[in-house]
Ligand binder design. Structure first.
Ligand code: CS2
Length: 462
């Protein structure tokens, strides 16, 4: 039997959705139907509606792929979320979607939805590369907002839920530029772009995570997602058309999300990327496995306390060191099965806000961020496509062609590789690329990684 409304009577009562399927009209449009959205905003929204009501069904928009969309359509838009940890797991069916749309084949439906007065919130999980000027998702968002202006459909909040610095402000700038001067006054008046910090580790589904969900439910769920039990959502409270009572689901509504967002980008995502590149090079399949590498935890603790912490002003009551330790404990849970190559993908889009901002802050203060530079060196070795044991590594990155071209034209020495990659201005701003101290340190680390491999370099370093 397959998950869907008729199957709900057959699944264990504690797994059933908090609101009946199809009962809540659309109030939110969400762009991006990935695993993260389903395990994060969809869960918060269902809980908020169950606790406080409101017409906040989510119209989910799949940009290109139809795999998740088809699975959800066959299941009356229901899917399950499994919280998995070494201590055990729990599975719940979530009923958050009120409609589903495929943007690539029906862009007009997305435009109509964004222009619908019943919709008062638009949320996005389009990943870092979705914010490149000219991206399809941004184009649709802007068309939808212009149609909304034309229809005089009232104020709306547009909420970026991606891991970008000042994500709200950044998206606002992109939308205002793309919409043109004519729309500026209306946008300023009617559309807000609250900043957010989103957090939950949600690895891509695998055959075994799908089997675990089916085992818990007793029915098959082809849209099942699985993630850590921990979750956090910090949201700037600026919703001119109202919003779900997300605080009833544990979200923190605040005037300024930036301290949280910076803390998370640099000390969670930055450290995640460090483990991903070093781990993948050392032949480790998962993040948790990589963390068992002798010396790596100590090295990451030094990265957090010596390089990352001095550049951050964390939220009240939080220390960067304490936050960093809790992050490492989350990463270390073997039940997650988060693959190093998944976190390693799209490095060109991730490195700047995760690692390079840390390096620039430290350099501006006159210090030498050894550990943060090691992360960049590991990325430089990773993009060359071979693990320490000679196995091939995937380069899944929108800049892959440019990276390969530069590497092919450069001498294969550490210095040649460093200079070739530092020349990628879209990643490395001139002040960083021309910093002799950083360059020399990159060459040193790349030489060490090439000579001794990651395991020995890490074991000897911290
Ligand atoms: C990860 C994030 O894949 C990645 O790049 O660093 O997806 C991470 O798991 C989440 O941001 C956790 O909130």
């Amino acid at each position: 039997m397959r998950l869907g409304a008729p199957a709900l009577a057959h699944i264990p009562p504690e797994c059933r959705p908090l609101v009946p399927p199809g009962a809540v009209p659309t109030g939110i449009v969400h762009l991006g139907l990935g695993a993260f959205h389903r395990a994060h905003q969809a869960v918060y929204t269902e809980e908020a509606v169950a606790a406080a009501g409101g017409d906040w069904g989510i119209a989910g928009v799949a940009p290109r792929s139809v795999t998740v969309l088809d699975a959800l359509r066959e299941q009356d838009r229901l899917f399950s979320v499994t919280s998995a940890s070494a201590r055990g797991s729990a599975t719940h069916v979530v009923s958050a979607f009120s409609a589903l749309v495929h943007a690539a084949s029906d862009p007009e439906a997305v435009v109509r939805l964004i222009a619908d007065p019943a919709v008062r919130v638009v949320t996005l999980t389009i990943t870092e590369k979705g914010y490149a000027p000219g991206s399809a998702a941004l184009g649709l968002l802007v068309r939808g907002l212009l149609a909304r202006r034309h229809a005089d459909a009232g104020p709306v909040a547009v909420l970026s839920c991606d891991n970008l610095p000042a994500n709200g402000r950044h998206l606002r700038g992109l939308v205002h530029r793309a919409a043109g001067d004519d729309a500026r006054e209306w946008l300023t008046d009617q559309v807000t772009f609250p900043g957010t910090m989103v957090d939950r580790i949600v690895p891509a589904a695998t055959a075994s995570s799908l089997a675990r969900a089916a085992g818990a439910l007793g029915v098959e769920d082809r849209a099942a997602v699985s993630g850590e039990p921990y979750r956090q959502w910090v949201i700037e409270d600026d919703f001119p058309g109202g919003r779900p009572a997300w605080e009833r689901a544990g979200a923190v509504l605040t005037a300024d999300a930036q301290p949280w967002e910076r803390l998370k980008l640099r000390s969670l995502n930055g450290v995640h990327s460090a483990i991903a590149y070093l781990g993948a090079l050392a032949g480790c399949e998962t993040i948790a496995q990589a963390l068992t590498m002798p010396g790596l935890r100590a090295l990451l603790t030094r990265l957090i306390t010596e390089d990352i912490a001095p550049g951050l002003r964390p939220p009240d009551g939080i220390t960067v060191a304490g936050y960093g330790e809790s992050v490492l404990a989350r990463f270390a849970d073997p039940a997650l099965g988060h693959r190093t190559v998944q976190v390693a993908m799209d490095g060109s889009q991730k490195l700047p806000q995760r690692v390079l901002h840390t390096i620039r802050d430290r350099r501006a203060a006159g210090s030498i961020p050894r550990w943060a530079v090691l992360v960049v060196a590991a990325w430089m070795r990773f993009v060359q496509g071979r693990a320490d044991d000679g196995r091939e590594l995937p380069l899944d990155d929108p800049m892959a062609a440019e990276i390969r071209e530069r590497l092919a034209a450069a001498p294969g020495t550490p210095g040649g590789v460093v200079d070739a990659l530092l020349g990628l201005r879209a990643i490395f701003p001139a002040d960083l690329a021309e910093d002799d101290v950083v360059r020399a340190l990159l060459v040193d680390w790349l030489t060490a990684l090439g000579r001794h491999g990651v395991a020995a370099t890490v074991a000897g370093a911290a």
